[in-house]
Design a protein around this ligand. Structure first.
Ligand SMILES: Nc1ncnc2c1ncn2[C@@H]1O[C@H](COP(=O)(O)OP(=O)(O)OP(=O)(O)O)[C@@H](O)[C@H]1O
Length: 295
């Protein structure tokens, strides 16, 4: 099954058309186009129920997130053709940017089982963010993202800082409790493109990497953002890095929560890791570790 989000990135519709033509000239393919938010999850569930040979998704991180939420646990392998604005997961997995080169992974790549994070019942492949970053995500519209690309987050981030009051989070993991202003739980290393908040995360392992930022308020958020951009945030004594299989976060007042760059809702939340939950076609050199599903 081919699932295309025609409004992802700037060229997803054309990329989807190119992939559809290529596939239909070779095999039988069910083609689905998303008409609204959440549609990709329903299509992926349909694909899992039908037991298709593979699901191919054309879109960005938000669309991939919706697809994994319909496919997780089914064993049906997923092939990602990056066509969104930032494509962080594709970058993390070093997937080819060229659509036909990505499609060739069906034959030339390896299907690997990877871990997923799960927060309040929703799977994520990259990260869950609580506090400031989620508040920014809640304010970035798809229209602004189309016009400005990833600069939309910078612009809205600066605007959000202006009136930001901060959050008082309570984080509980491994029998310990932390007070925090913001938190990112990463299943993968990369964040927002080339940056890395959880640089030791590994999608092949059964742990979440968690970065807890203890400061609150706009100046602290600005400082952390600057440190993350320079890759030095882990040297800041206000930042705690831990690896765990499960954690809980509460906040007063409730704080926004984002998963894979899409708004999920608000705290409280429980975050866990689900080992080997999704099977993804990867380039041979990326398919190290983990469990091989097929050659
Ligand atoms: N027909 C549609 N109309 C409006 N929104 C849609 C439609 N189909 C899917 N969506 C939504 O579009 C959103 C954006 O998709 P996606 O994240 O894949 O693209 P992107 O934001 O350009 O890429 P990235 O997340 O990699 O920056 C998703 O939240 C998805 O639910």
């Amino acid at each position: 099954m081919l699932i295309v989000n025609p409004v992802a990135g700037r060229h997803a519709r054309q990329v989807g058309e190119q992939v559809r033509r290529h596939l239909e000239s070779r095999e039988t393919c069910l083609c689905r186009q998303t008409g609204s938010r959440g549609a990709a999850t329903a299509f992926a569930r349909e694909a899992a129920a039908l037991g298709v040979r593979a699901v191919i998704v054309v879109g960005g991180d938000g669309t991939v997130n919706e697809v994994i939420n319909g496919l997780a646990g089914s064993g049906v392998p997923l092939l990602i053709i990056p066509a969104g604005t930032t494509n962080v997961f594709a970058r993390e997995m070093a997937l080819p940017g060229d659509p036909l080169a990505a499609l060739a992974l069906l034959e030339q790549g390896r299907a690997r089982a990877l871990s997923l994070g799960r927060i309040n019942g929703r799977y994520f492949m990259l990260m869950a963010g609580i506090g400031f970053d989620a508040e920014v995500v809640s304010r970035v519209s798809l229209g602004l993202k189309r016009r400005l690309g990833r600069w939309a987050y910078v612009l809205v981030g600066l605007r959000t800082l202006a009136g930001y009051k901060g959050h008082a989070l309570r984080v509980i993991a491994d029998g310990h409790c932390w007070s925090a202003g913001a938190l990112v739980a990463g299943n993968a290393r990369l964040y927002g493109g080339p940056f890395s908040i959880t640089p030791r995360a590994d999608t092949h392992d059964a742990l979440l990497d968690v970065c807890i930022f203890s400061g609150q308020g706009p100046l602290k958020m600005l400082k952390y953002a600057w440190e993350i951009m320079r890759g030095v945030h882990l040297r800041d004594p206000e930042v705690t890095y831990l690896r765990c299989a499960e954690l809980e976060v509460e906040a007063k007042p409730p704080a926004y929560v984002q998963v894979d760059g899409e708004l999920l809702g608000r705290t409280p939340c429980r975050i866990a890791v689900c080992p080997d939950a999704i099977t993804i076609f990867l380039p041979q050199e990326q398919a190290k570790g983990g469990t091989a599903e097929c050659a």
